[in-house]
Write a protein that binds this ligand. Structure first.
Ligand code: GTP
Ligand code: MG
Length: 197
């Protein structure tokens, strides 16, 4: 898919104020600092469309970016400063969960996880929560430039094994690097295939 245009539309905390139309959207979610905003910039080939930072907690709002005038990429705040979550509600900010519960335009979520880390309880918990709410999602492994190909392979294998303890099959997944532009074509082709279905 060729990205002809990518425009920032609106930021807010209130799901009711998100764009009110029937344009399909795809939301990026995951722990703070995992690379959600960077991946949006990589996909759109715009250096600073979404604001990024080395310090976790940069994105604080629901941000809508209109792509090619016919679909949205949605950048969300990260979850999980707490290492282990006692209560899903406490750790996932309320407006994020409300976004996923209420947003009818959401076609699919992308749960971003750092490829260097083993499955984190908070990520597994969030995927579980999406499953319970029947919200389709794919996993995006980020920062693949940080590992060698063999290590990536081993890591994905062990990640799969842990997921298969609770999921019947491995969710759809992508391996990406915003800095090395890995995974761009695959992700855009996937979104394109859903949009044109
Ligand atoms: P919050 O908005 O705080 O939730 O973070 P985020 O998930 O949007 O992360 P962001 O894109 O701001 O990136 C966090 C840090 O990771 C920044 O220092 C980025 O430069 C770095 N980073 C993001 N993607 C990559 C990547 O693919 N490779 C490497 N090496 N670093 C990355
Ligand atoms: Mg961000």
């Amino acid at each position: 898919m060729h990205i002809k245009s990518a425009e920032f539309i609106v930021s807010n905390q209130d799901v009711a104020k998100c764009p009110n139309n029937n344009i399909p959207e795809y939301a990026f979610i995951g722990r703070s600092n995992v690379g959600k905003s960077s991946l949006i910039n990589m996909l759109t080939e715009r250096k600073s469309l979404a604001k990024t930072s080395g310090r976790p907690g940069k994105t604080q709002l629901i941000n809508h970016f209109l792509i090619n005038k016919n679909w949205y990429l949605v950048d969300l705040p990260g979850y999980g400063y707490a290492r282990v979550s006692k209560s899903t509600k406490k750790v996932f900010q309320k407006f994020i969960t409300t976004y996923f519960e209420k947003r009818k335009q959401l076609v699919s979520a992308f749960v971003l996880v750092d490829i260097r880390h083993d499955p984190q309880p908070i990520d597994l918990e969030f995927m579980q929560w999406l499953g319970e709410h029947m919200i389709p999602f794919s996993i995006i492994f980020t920062k693949a430039d940080k590992l060698k190909p063999k290590a990536i392979e081993n890591h994905i294998e062990s990640y799969k094994n842990i997921l298969l303890e609770t999921w019947e099959e491995m969710p759809n997944y992508f391996i990406t690097s915003a800095s090395k532009k890995i995974g761009r074509d695959e992700l855009l082709a996937y979104i394109d295939s859903i949009n044109n279905n």
